[in-house]
Design a protein around this ligand. Structure first.
Ligand code: ATP
Ligand code: MG
Length: 284
C-alpha cells in the first residue's frame, strides 16, 4: 500500500476492490473503533508534548469516500486538537500567491492534527488535466517554461522535507476508487433523494477525464512518495476496508513518533504542592 520512493507506479497494479481476503465487515468496524480510541489517546500526548504536528492529506477522484474516511477515522479525536481544511478552487487572493501559500496558512501547529481534504496536490492534478487553470495562476512566462510538473514535484518534496525536519509528520492517502464503483456511487447519489446534495454535474464532467486523472495520479505518486512524506494507495471500492486501512496507517505512524508526556520538573511539583495546600486551607 505504501508507495516506494522513486519506483514507477502503474495504478493497474493496485486493485481498488482489494480487501486482502478479509470480509469481516463488522470486525473491521470494531478495529476502526479501537484504532480511533488509540488515536484519541495518542493525540492527547501529542498535544501535551507540543513538539510534533501531524498533517494528513487526502486526494482522490470524486465519490471515492474522502469525507466519510475523514469523519470515521477522526471521530474520537478532541475537536480542539484537530482541524480539517477543504481545498476548493482558489480564490482571487489565493491566485496572487504561489500554490503552496494557502496550504501553508492551514498547516497544523505543534500538538495539532491537520487534515487536508484535497491539498496543493490539486496543483499537479486538476490543474494538469485542465491547462486553462494554469493560465489563471498568472505565472511569469519563465515559471511556465520547461517541465512545470517535474518542477512542482520537486518543490512539493522540498516543502514536505522542510515540514518533516521541523516537526510535522506528513501522511498522504490516495483513495483509489474504480471507474465502475464511481459510477455506482454517482447513480446512488442521483437515485436516492437524500443523497442528491452530494452530486454535482461537475463531478460527471470530471469523470470524462478519468484517464488523464489516472495518469496525473500515477505521475504524482511516482514523484512525490518520499521517505519523509510517503503516499499510501488505499483500495477504496469498499468503504469499510478503506477506513480500516487509513486508521491502521495513522495509528502505526503515531506509534513511530517519539511521543512522551512532558516530564514535570521538581520546581513545578513543589509549586503544585503549594497550590494544593492553599486550596485545602481555603474556608469552604
Ligand atoms: P464534496 O464534493 O465531497 O463535497 P469536494 O472535495 O469534491 O467535496 P467540491 O467543492 O465538489 O469539493 O470540489 C472542489 C473542487 O475544487 C474540485 O473539483 C477540485 O479539483 C477543485 N480545486 C481544488 N484545488 C484546486 C486548485 N488548486 N485549482 C483548481 N481547482 C481546484
Ligand atoms: Mg465534489
Amino acid at each position: 500500500m505504501a508507495v516506494e520512493p522513486g519506483k514507477a507506479v502503474s495504478l493497474k497494479d493496485f486493485d481498488p476492490d482489494f480487501t486482502g481476503g478479509y470480509d469481516d465487515k463488522a470486525g473491521a468496524l470494531e478495529k476502526v473503533a479501537a484504532n480511533v480510541d488509540r488515536l484519541s489517546a495518542m493525540q492527547e500526548v501529542l498535544y501535551a508534548q507540543d513538539n510534533y504536528a501531524l498533517l494528513i492529506i487526502f486526494q482522490a477522484m470524486d465519490a471515492a469516500g474522502k469525507d466519510g474516511a475523514i469523519r470515521h477515522v477522526m471521530s474520537g479525536i478532541n475537536p480542539q486538537g484537530c482541524q480539517v481544511t477543504s481545498f476548493k478552487a482558489p480564490s482571487a487572493e489565493d491566485l496572487d500567491y504561489g500554490y503552496l501559500w494557502r496550504a501553508s496558512k492551514a498547516l497544523p501547529g505543534r500538538g495539532m492534527i491537520g487534515i487536508f481534504n484535497r491539498s496543493y496536490y490539486e496543483d499537479v492534478l486538476v490543474v494538469r488535466v485542465h491547462p486553462e487553470l494554469l493560465e489563471k495562476q498568472k505565472l511569469p512566462t519563465r515559471a511556465r517554461k520547461g517541465d512545470i510538473w517535474q518542477r512542482r514535484f520537486k518543490e512539493i518534496n522540498n516543502f514536505e522535507k522542510y515540514l518533516r525536519q521541523n516537526g510535522t509528520i506528513v501522511l498522504k492517502f490516495f483513495l483509489n476508487v474504480s471507474k465502475k464503483e464511481q459510477k455506482n456511487r454517482f447513480l446512488a447519489r442521483i437515485d436516492e433523494p437524500e443523497k442528491n446534495w452530494k452530486f454535482s454535474p461537475a463531478d460527471y464532467a470530471e469523470r470524462k477525464h478519468w484517464d488523464d486523472y489516472q495518469k496525473a495520479f500515477e505521475d504524482m505518486l511516482e514523484n512525490t512518495s518520499t521517505e519523509w512524506a510517503p503516499w499510501f494507495v488505499i483500495p477504496a471500492d469498499n468503504k469499510w476496508f478503506a477506513r480500516l486501512a487509513v486508521s491502521e496507517v495513522i495509528s502505526g505512524a503515531f506509534e513511530r513518533i517519539d511521543l512522551q508526556m512532558p516530564v514535570v520538573s521538581e520546581a513545578r511539583k513543589k509549586e503544585l504542592g503549594q497550590i494544593r495546600s492553599q486550596l485545602l486551607d481555603e474556608e469552604d
